[in-house]
Design a binder for this molecule. Structure first.
Ligand code: DQA
Length: 147
């Protein structure tokens, strides 16, 4: 039995669907979780979907992933641009890491153009809306498929 894919969401993503819908769309985080679970079923991937506004909690889940996850899909939200600690935690995880951003961070303010997490991510998906999570899961399925 393959370990689950951890899908981690950083600060303010609990407000998805309510917060700046012109940037992040109308889907809620619950909608995204349900879509990921459904696609995971199709792909034969178990998923564990988590969100926190606290950096230490995200780091704790990444540590847990070292033993318990086959891959990490992460939208670190604002911590993308600030957190060496999340980068270091992801560097200590050996499986695939896919970074997701709902918006195209490169078309936004200059402070969003740099990502610490991208120094570790195997792939980065930005600007595809919440479909980015589904694209990330398809990529994970490809990367961890038995040879
Ligand atoms: C985000 C982009 C970040 O710059 C921002 O702080 C977020 C969400 C995105 O999904 O587009 O909270 O990661």
């Amino acid at each position: 039995m393959t370990k689950p894919v951890f899908i981690l969401n950083g600060p303010n993503l609990n407000l998805l669907g309510l917060r700046e819908p012109h940037i992040y769309g109308h889907a809620t985080l619950g909608d995204v979780e349900a879509a990921c679970a459904a696609l995971g079923d199709d792909l034969g991937l178990a998923t564990r979907f988590l969100q926190s506004n606290a950096e230490h909690e995200l780091i704790g889940w990444i540590h847990e992933a070292r033993e318990a996850a086959s891959a990490v899909v992460i939208n670190p939200a604002a911590y993308t641009h600030t957190s060496v600690a999340i980068l270091d935690a992801l560097t200590a995880f050996e499986g695939p890491v896919i970074e997701v951003h709902i918006s195209n961070i490169h078309r936004r303010e200059a402070f969003r153009h740099h990502s610490y997490v991208s120094l570790r991510a195997d792939a980065v998906i930005a600007g595809c809306g919440t479909d980015g999570y589904l694209l990330a899961l398809r990529r994970v399925a490809r990367l961890i498929a038995p040879a």
